[in-house]
Design a protein around this ligand. Structure first.
Ligand code: NAP
Length: 293
């Protein structure tokens, strides 16, 4: 590998699956890369690719103006960085460790309190996709830091800066995961229902995929209704969805399938019906979720 001297140095603390992939991407793009990991053996494959292995977190922080931390969560990140806090001054800390948005905000306050510029990244990809456009990497936090390092970080995947509130990237990540979980666990529940009639999961899949693709086309209508706060005359009414949800519950119980997946949604629709008309849009459950009705 050839090293390009005008590429900015970067440090990566935490060499689990994701941290190792990020460090490898920087190395592959010619960035002088310093690495550190709690379990030192994980640094060896990166050292073989040209990484400098730091002897401590403080040494890794001191080695580069841009310091990535990619460990279990905010608490592990903070515990590792605490002894190196004074070395953070004047550097950019890019936290890639996932956590709840409020914990990310607290980590950001701590880092900026020690004179660092704080940027947060939420990686919406598996480590194998790092370095390809399939890896979506969402950023929030210091605008200055993203202006300075955005281009360099572009080697990691398709990057997008969202907001100066450091918790927002993680909030997007959790919102996207919530949308995915609804679909994934709903598919598993549907598979269990069909299994009661000896339909194989792969047979069900043949209808599920085009159906779900069609449902995605319904999202802009829902988003528009929620944004306008107008749930009259929507595309899918509360009453029709209540009926379908009750049938799913009954069919589940009848087939000996746990209806647990569907019950909270049924409850939300019933709550909404205490204040809304049966013909109003099902998108109005947003107001129940936000505690507005
Ligand atoms: N993998 C993914 O697909 C993916 C995608 C998006 C976001 N993320 C997020 O990225 C972060 C890292 O994920 P990963 O997949 O790389 O996890 P991983 O393979 O399990 O690696 C975890 C890393 O954190 C370190 N670590 C854990 N607890 C620690 C502690 N108390 N003190 C010091 N170091 C500690 C581990 O060190 P040791 O090697 O010494 O155990 C290792 O470097 C997580 O927050 C995860 O949610 C992961």
């Amino acid at each position: 590998m050839t090293k390009d001297n005008d590429k900015a140095p970067v440090s990566v603390i935490g060499l689990g699956r994701l941290g190792a992939a990020l460090a490898a991407a920087f190395l592959a793009n010619g960035h002088p890369t310093t690495v550190w990991n709690r379990t030192p053996a994980k640094a060896a494959p990166l050292a073989a690719k040209g990484a400098t292995v730091a002897g401590s977190v403080a040494e890794a922080v001191a080695a580069s103006p841009l310091v990535l931390i990619v460990v279990l969560d905010h608490a592990a990140a903070r515990a590792l960085l605490e002894p190196a806090a004074d070395d953070l001054r004047g550097r950019t800390l890019l936290n890639v460790s996932s956590s709840a948005p409020d914990d990310i905000r607290a980590l950001a306050r701590w880092a900026t309190g020690h004179g660092a510029d704080y940027l947060d990244a939420a990686v919406m990809a598996v480590p194998q996709a790092i370095g390809t456009p399939d890896a979506q990497v969402l950023f929030s936090g210091s605008t200055t830091a993203f202006e300075r390092y955005g281009e360099q970080l572009g080697i990691l995947g398709s990057t997008r800066y969202l907001a100066d509130d450091p918790g927002v990237a993680e909030l997007y990540s959790l919102g996207l995961l919530s949308a995915a979980y609804g679909t994934l666990f709903g598919f598993v529940h549907g598979t269990a229902l069909l299994d009661s009639a000896q339909v194989k999961p792969t047979e069900f899949l043949g209808l599920a995929v085009p159906w779900l693709n069609g449902m995605l086309a319904f999202l802009p209508a829902l988003a528009g209704e929620i944004e306008r706060g107008d749930y009259t005359g929507g595309e899918s009414s509360l009453e029709i969805n209540l009926q379908a949800l009750e049938w799913i519950e009954a069919a589940s119980r009848g087939a000996g399938v746990d209806p647990g997946f569907i019950l909270p949604t049924l409850d939300l629709v019933r709550q909404r019906l205490t204040v809304a008309k049966p013909t109003d849009s099902v998108a109005g459950v947003f107001e129940v979720m936000r505690g507005n009705s």
